[in-house]
Design a protein around this ligand. Structure first.
Ligand code: ADP
Ligand code: MG
Length: 618
């Protein structure tokens, strides 16, 4: 019998390697962008066609390659980054395996143009399915450009396995975000089908985070800084009140490389213990710098887990650094009301001498979530149920003098509980036994046990709508109201990609939107709950909201959709609520899961403490 074992050809071996390393367009982009970073680029441009199926082009202004290196780069195990096994324990580059280009060239049609600064002419190479088709001199700028065309053209099973363009784009955006966050000093540009998706100028970390995740991040970020001989930990954490229910803004990096680290994640979560309700997740952007010999990145080419030598000590450092950051933030003496939230209390004296704008001191340690006992599933705006949260209302208002008052009321001081508060005649009693007054068509005022509660009407309505939208999104029972005149919506292609990805959810809420030719949509129905609203306007605002600050869109899509719809459709300031409406609004607000903050994280409820009011009369 003859021998049957044979060595595989390079092309086949490379294809097998590609099966591991190159799973989808996003993996190609990750590898090419990491190579550009290793080559010292300060600007990296990525252009895609059809979510990378047809074309992925990555251009950098890095150090380029010599003609021989350019050809060698496509060989399996060809790398300039390590030489021997010892180097594996001191890796400072993103790549080191020398298999990415060989893998990519085995499953696609690849062209390369590259030139070093001191060379007069550059090199052009065309390789398809591991076969060199052409190599010649070419005129090109310093740096390197790759064109990867028709990915998986020779692996039909793989090509078929690719998901929708929307899904592939999401994976690509995730990769670009990670690498952009790890390298804020490098400029990144991402275009899809000719439309810009990201244009990130070189900047500092804070600016980079804000450019990617939106302006609201700016107020939320708190510095983290800790330096020991074992590790340097820097970056930002989000303030508790900006925390969300979903993942998407949690990032760890080690020596410039994105990583997942569930153990360290728990360290951060524990640092937030007691200042965050259980289901909320704070954002964080944490950068570790450690001796490369103290970590093992050699686990798997596509895995993002990294093993640390001193894991538990670093856990302690991280935990302490986050607590310190949070502590610094907590000692801020008072909450700054933003412009729209500032309280304009009219004071009688005619002479303005010695007249001070009222200052409200707020207990910075006040935690609205602590021992909150009124958590009730969200429900409709117009049909408040009376169940256990009614009891809580009584506690808040102090009509039920039970022992539990202290637990619920907003941390009143001892004496304020004893003092009774005289309620003005003009206040109206609602069925639930509360007194309330609408104020400046902007606030609802109501006395509570510990002082005067001020509720922002628009933000309260946003919160109610938000929770309602979130619920219909989950249950798919949104009621659609057909428009008399369907509207045509023409948008650019990256917006179209976004909108398409939201269509199912929008339908669940009660929208009737259909694709009608390229980048054109017909809106024929709106959710009944929105009433008579400008359909086009809502969708445009929605797309804008979704783009700015879109993080891991997969996780936050529903939340963002609900937020922007709520923002687009809540009652405006200046709208005069009737007493009944104000009452219902308050009832529904407190039936919400998170009544204290608007969906975009702004305070809805403030309490002017009785002590404060009394101080003014002394
Ligand atoms: P690795 O990055 O693991 O070394 P790759 O297959 O990704 O392996 O790349 C092989 C080699 O090609 C690299 O080591 C590097 O020398 C060279 N190379 C790849 N991309 C670039 C680039 N954009 N600029 C300069 N050199 C590059
Ligand atoms: Mg590489």
């Amino acid at each position: 019998m003859s021998d049957i074992i044979r060595l595989l050809s390079d092309a086949v071996a490379n294809q097998i390697a590609a099966g591991e390393v190159i799973q989808r367009p996003a993996s190609v982009i990750k590898e090419l962008v990491e190579n550009a970073i290793d080559a010292g680029a300060t600007k990296i441009q990525v252009q895609l066609k059809d979510a990378g199926r047809t074309l992925i082009q990555v251009t950098d202004n890095g150090k380029g390659m010599s003609p021989t290196d350019a050809r060698m780069a496509f060989e399996r195990h060809a790398t300039s980054k390590i030489r021997d096994a010892a180097d594996l324990f001191a890796i400072k580059t993103m790549g080191f395996r020398g298999e990415a280009l060989a893998s990519i060239a085995s499953v696609a049609d690849v062209e390369l143009k590259t030139k070093r600064e001191d060379d007069e002419v550059g090199t052009f190479i065309h390789i398809a399915a591991s076969e060199v088709i052409k190599q010649e001199e070419t005129v090109t700028a310093t740096g390197t450009s790759f064109w990867v065309k028709n990915l998986f053209f020779n692996v039909p099973a793989r090509r078929k396995f690719l998901k929708s363009n929307t899904t592939e784009i999401k994976h690509i955006i995730t990769e670009i975000q990670r690498v952009a966050m790890a390298n804020p000093e490098i400029a990144f540009v991402l275009h899809h089908n000719g439309t810009p998706v990201y244009d990130l100028p070189a900047s500092n970390l804070r600016k980079r985070i804000v450019t990617i995740f939106g302006n609201s991040m700016n107020q939320s970020l708190v510095n983290v800084n800790s330096e020991t001989s074992m590790a340097k930990i820097t970056g930002f954490i989000g303030q508790p009140k900006y925390a969300r229910r979903t993942f998407g803004e949690q990032f760890f990096f080690v020596n410039g490389r994105y990583m997942k680290h569930p153990f360290f994640h728990r360290g951060i979560m524990q640092a937030y213990d007691k200042i965050l309700p259980h289901e909320m997740i704070p954002s964080y952007f944490i950068y570790f710098e450690v001796d490369p010999a103290a970590i093992d990145i050699n686990i798997h080419p596509t895995k993002t887990e990294i093993k640390f030598e001193n894991e538990s000590s670093i856990w302690q450092l991280l935990h302490a650094a986050v607590r310190e950051g949070l502590g610094k933030f907590n000692v801020v003496p008072s909450i700054d009301f933003d412009q729209s939230g500032s309280i304009d209390i009219p004071i009688a004296p005619k002479s303005t001498d010695g007249l001070h704008r009222p200052e409200i001191e707020i207990d910075p340690t006040f935690n609205p979530f602590e021992e909150r006992s009124y958590t009730v599933k969200s429900r409709g705006f117009s049909s408040p149920n009376e169940d256990e949260n009614l009891g809580n209302w009584e506690k808040l208002y102090g009509t039920n003098e039970s022992e539990e008052i202290e637990q619920f009321s907003f941390q009143p001081s001892a004496e304020s509980q004893q003092t009774s508060f005289i309620e003005p005649q003009s206040m109206v009693s609602t069925e639930m036994g509360r007194n309330l007054i609408t104020f400046k068509n902007k606030y609802i005022l109501s006395p509570v046990k510990s002082g005067l509660m001020v509720i922002d009407q628009r933000r309260a309505h946003q919160r109610i709508l938000y929770e309602q939208f979130m619920q219909t999104l989950g249950s798919h029972n949104g009621v659609c109201q057909q428009l008399l005149f369907p509207q045509t919506l023409e948008i650019n292609s990256s917006d179209a990609v976004l909108l398409l990805s939201m269509l199912d959810d929008l339908t669940a809420i009660g929208f009737d939107i259909r694709e009608f030719g390229p980048n054109t949509f017909i809106v024929s129905g709106l959710p009944g709950i929105l009433g008579d609203t400008n359909a086009k306007g809502i969708i445009e605002t929605l797309l804008e909201e979704l783009k700015t600050g879109a993080s891991d869109m997969k996780d936050r899509a529903k939340e963002k959709l609900a937020t922007s719809l709520a923002v687009a459709s809540a009652v405006e300031y200046g709208y005069q609520l009737s007493t009944e409406e104000a009452g219902t609004l308050i009832d529904n607000l407190f039936a919400c899961e998170t009544p204290n903050y608007s969906p975009s994280g702004k305070p809805i409820i403030e309490i002017i403490k009785l002590d404060e009011i009394e101080k003014r009369f002394k």
